[in-house]
Design a protein. Structure first.
Length: 46
């Protein structure tokens, strides 16, 4: 088909991906404080 009809295939995929990302981030536990501190230390160096 092409044209504006392509969005009808992409929109459900984006919505499903968005819901999956939110669900996984809410269901997994936080990283250890040592990992978070190492991330901020490396970020400060940049």
């Amino acid at each position: 088909m092409g044209g504006s009809f392509d969005i009808y295939e992409l929109l459900p995929a984006f919505i499903c991906a968005f819901v999956a990302i939110i669900a996984v981030s809410l269901l997994t536990e936080e990283p250890d404080k040592a990992i978070v501190q190492e991330f901020y230390d490396v970020q400060k160096e940049m």
